[in-house]
Design a protein around this ligand. Structure first.
Ligand SMILES: Nc1nc2c(c(=O)[nH]1)N[C@H]1C(S)=C(S)[C@@H](COP(=O)(O)O)O[C@H]1N2
Ligand SMILES: [Mo]
Length: 405
């Protein structure tokens, strides 16, 4: 029943299948189109690499296997998708408006997309968007929610304007504390009064030069699943602050209290807890900067490599609001480490590429481990970081299996 509502009512089937269902009126109630039945074949998402892994189709949540994140700039077709509700049906960018309002705004103002593009300086920046729950699948005891493994992270180049230029245009009052978003997606319950998600960042983060209101990605309009025609792109913080299908900005005189700001959402215990412990809401703190992390994007785990062939290891590393100072690799389960070549980021809050040549001494099974250290001297943990009820912030070292044959 609910699935039928999802397919019929909200026109998402087109997005999922990549084509309208021509005889949709004859589709029996409750019958899922076979192309969407995971067991039969992976669902096809329009414009997406078919090798992405679908974790959930209601709402749509899709992750990218690590080896498909090898591009320096993540193409839209390989970017993970994290939806909390149902995306709006096809939108007309010409009639789209963004309203800026809230207790701490001087002049409530509405802009068309065209006005945003014409009136403010256009900038393009590569920014890391990583879901706060990336890596959740590894927590023990398990945490509920999408069982993301490694691939809820991407670093595309966003095209847009600076959020601060827009805020300046409306005038921010001295009592402003937080800048929050609302989007045009709808709550899973179908209740139009409820936002699927409405989060934000403190004013200081909102007015950083890298906090963007983006109308494009990699030189193209945003993909429908990534927020077309407008989204926030705020690097280094949990992806949930980068609101998609953006149609409202709220300049608040308090910490924003929208959907998924409170309770246990995107919050971790303010002080460490025992695995499995119940933590009261008052003892949970909002996640801000994401922790230092790295991902090996080549080779693909499980590689079988002739012993006489040299192995190139490649990947990316990022560190929330900070930069990455070094990346080290180990082929002996962490007994010894060797520095990899590490490049500077394309811009602040972009990920950094690393590479190294690795020689495997004899035939057999190896694991390549990667460990990044940020500019504050904090390194990734070898095993799981602090357990937390919702399974956020897993930045354990990435391990890739290689067989020398
Ligand atoms: N309007 C809206 N914005 C949203 C979301 C959403 O469900 N609705 N999901 C958020 C979360 S939790 C993440 S991790 C990022 C994911 O961005 P992507 O789907 O473009 O990869 O979008 C964020 N912005
Ligand atoms: Mo997320």
């Amino acid at each position: 029943m609910r699935r039928r509502g999802f397919l019929r009512g909200l026109g998402q089937a087109g997005v999922l299948l990549g084509a309208p269902i021509v005889f949709e009126r004859f589709l029996p109630a409750g019958l899922t189109p076979v192309a969407l039945v995971q067991a039969a074949q992976p669902p096809v998402l329009a414009g997406k690499d078919p090798r992405l892994q679908v974790l959930n189709d209601r709402p749509v949540n899709v992750e990218t296997p690590a080896h498909l994140l090898d591009d320096r700039v993540t193409p839209a077709k390989r970017m993970f998708v994290r939806n909390n509700g149902h995306p709006p049906p096809a939108v007309d960018p010409r009639s789209w408006t963004l309203v800026v309002r809230g207790e701490s705004i001087r002049r409530e103002t509405s802009y068309t997309l065209d006005e945003l593009k014409r009136r403010f300086e256009n900038v393009s920046l590569q920014l890391v968007i990583e879901c706060g729950g990336n890596g959740r699948a590894e927590f023990v005891p398990p945490a509920s929610g999408n069982q993301w493994r490694l691939g809820a992270v991407a670093c595309p180049r966003f095209d847009g304007i600076r959020l601060r230029d827009l805020l300046d245009d409306c005038g921010v009052q001295d009592d402003a504390v937080y800048v929050a978003y609302r989007g045009a997606d709808t709550h899973l319950s179908g209740d139009p009064q409820r936002d699927p998600i409405s989060r934000g960042v403190p004013l200081a983060k909102a007015i950083e030069a890298e906090s963007l209101v983006a109308f494009g990605m990699n030189g193209e309009p945003l993909h429908p699943l990534h927020g077309h025609p407008l989204r926030l792109a705020i690097g280094g913080w949990p992806g949930s602050v980068s609101g998609k299908w953006l149609n409202e900005l709220l300049v608040r005189d308090r910490v924003h209290d929208g959907a998924k700001m409170g309770g246990q959402s995107y919050r971790v215990p303010c002080a460490p807890v025992e695995p499995g412990e119940k933590v009261p809401d008052e003892a949970m703190c909002i996640i801000e900067s994401m922790p230092v992390k790295s991902l090996i994007t080549h080779p693909q785990t499980g590689l079988r490599l002739p012993l006489d062939e040299s192995l190139t290891v490649r990947g990316h590393a990022w560190a929330g609001d900070l930069a990455v100072e070094r990346v080290e690799l180990s082929i002996d389960f962490g007994a010894t480490w060797r520095a990899a070549e590490l490049e500077a980021p394309a811009n602040r809050l972009a990920w950094q590429h690393f590479s190294a040549h690795v020689d495997l001494p004899q035939r057999g099974y190896y694991e390549i481990w990667a460990r990044a250290t940020d500019t504050a001297g904090v390194a990734q943990p070898m095993l799981l970081p602090g357990w937390n009820p919702k399974g956020y912030l897993n930045n354990a070292t990435h391990r890739v299996a290689v067989y020398a044959v």
